[in-house]
Design a protein around this ligand. Structure first.
Ligand SMILES: Nc1nc2c(c(=O)[nH]1)N[C@H]1C(S)=C(S)[C@@H](COP(=O)(O)O)O[C@H]1N2
Ligand SMILES: [Mo]
Length: 388
């Protein structure tokens, strides 16, 4: 391609974002569009459900514009001036806080990973209903806010309390079986012990900037170590309850079968994130050059535990070799890893698999457990590539 002068660039592509970036680069100005963001995959337009292209994973902190979005209903219009957070139920002193009130309390900033409980659903066989997430309904961001524990202490939790219900501002109805009892809020509960943990924040900033509407402005919960459904966005109520909450989002939805010896199987809410290593490169069905080393990369996470080990197989799971853990190592976050694969000299296909083991010795199941319904998807996922 011939090199264009700056004037030609401005003339040939004045209206497109890409043109603006090129023009800005040519003039030495900062580009208007952040570099390196190759966009999000639309899993559904309304409600908004957007997936990070996991093969673009580059940084330990996921940029906000590349962070997946999972919303069950339309993004609510919340007026930050009129917005209040009510803390009520089994408390000594109910609270009603403005956004400024929340921001006046001592703030903490910490990185925490969010993974949707349905991440990887596209890999289920037979196909399962629900959003067909690939690898990318996961991200690691820096959250700034107030620990939920501080707010609970201020309100004074009664000794009779067992759980804290977090309620979002938006409402909607689900018509499909099982349907909701008319329009309902999105809500989710935490046991008091988890609610008091330091990794549970009421956040108003994400990656150093005010929360965006899609990610729950003006205030959302972030529950480190638990699947994303606990991280209630557009938070308006914190209700302390004296019996376990049995709301829609932890009974009909986001629940799994639990079997204990001698007991009858029962449905329990989805809670902690399971260990998982995902391959970012090569992407599925990528063409990989024969006879050359290939840097296999990815991320691994294990919810409330740390990642102890990641292994990679280049023969579909027959033999395994240790990957190298690289970069930041913080609790409740993912760990980047890499592995140099000696790609065979002959053309054909190869199947890569990665697996993680956490600090408690838990690994990943080889096969899908149907008791998990369509959630907690951490069985081994083969990534097939073409060697050429
Ligand atoms: N109010 C509200 N909060 C919500 C949801 C929602 O639909 N409404 N979705 C939950 C789910 S299932 C996930 S995985 C996370 C996703 O957070 P994100 O959109 O910021 O990535 O938000 C959670 N919080
Ligand atoms: Mo989710």
């Amino acid at each position: 391609m011939a090199t264009l002068s700056r004037r030609e660039l401005l003339r040939s592509a004045p209206l497109t974002a890409a043109g603006a970036v090129l023009a800005a680069r040519a003039s030495g100005e900062a580009p208007a569009v952040p570099a390196g963001n190759s966009g999000l995959t639309v899993r559904s337009h309304q409600p908004q459900n957007l997936e990070m292209p996991f093969q673009e994973l580059k940084s330990w902190v996921t940029p906000t514009e590349q962070f997946f979005v999972r919303s069950h209903f339309a993004v609510p219009k919340v007026d930050p001036a009129a917005w209040r957070l009510r803390v009520e139920g089994a408390v000594e002193k109910p609270l009603e806080l403005t956004l400024d009130d929340v921001k006046k309390r001592p703030a903490v900033t910490r990185p925490l990973l969010l993974e949707c409980a349905g991440n990887g659903r596209v890999f289920l066989t037979p196909p399962a209903r629900g959003l067909q997430w690939g690898f990318g309904a996961v991200g690691n961001a820096e959250w700034t806010g107030v620990p939920l524990a501080a707010i609970l202490d201020e309100a004074g939790v009664k000794p009779s309390a067992v759980e804290v219900v977090l309620v979002g501002a938006e409402t909607g109805a689900i018509a499909a079986d099982p349907s909701t009892p008319g329009p309902i809020h999105f809500d989710r509960s935490l046991p008091i012990a988890k609610a008091r943990r330091p990794e549970v924040l009421l956040a108003y900033k994400m990656n150093g900037a005010d929360l965006t509407a899609s990610h729950g402005a003006p205030l959302r919960a972030v529950v480190g170590g638990w699947y994303g459904m606990a991280a209630v966005k557009w938070l308006t109520r914190v209700v302390v309850v004296e019996k376990p909450h049995a709301g829609y989002w932890q009974t009909m939805d986001y629940s799994v079968w639990e079997r204990k010896a001698g007991e009858v199987p029962s449905l329990v809410p989805v809670t902690a994130i399971q260990p998982k290593a995902s391959i970012s490169r090569p992407a599925g069905f990528e063409v990989v050059p024969a006879g050359k080393p290939y840097a296999v990369t990815g991320a691994a996470w294990a919810g409330e535990e740390k990642v102890a080990k990641v292994e990679v197989s280049a023969d579909g799971g027959k033999t395994w070799a240790a990957a190298e853990l690289v970069g930041e190592d913080k609790p409740f976050c993912w760990r980047m890893w890499k592995y140099t694969w000696a790609v065979p000299p002959t053309a054909g296909t190869a199947t890569l698999v990665a697996r993680a083991t956490d600090a408690a010795g838990r690994g990943q199941p080889d096969k899908r457990d149907p008791d998990r319904r369509t959630y907690m998807i951490n069985h081994l996922i083969p990534v097939e590539v073409t060697v050429r």
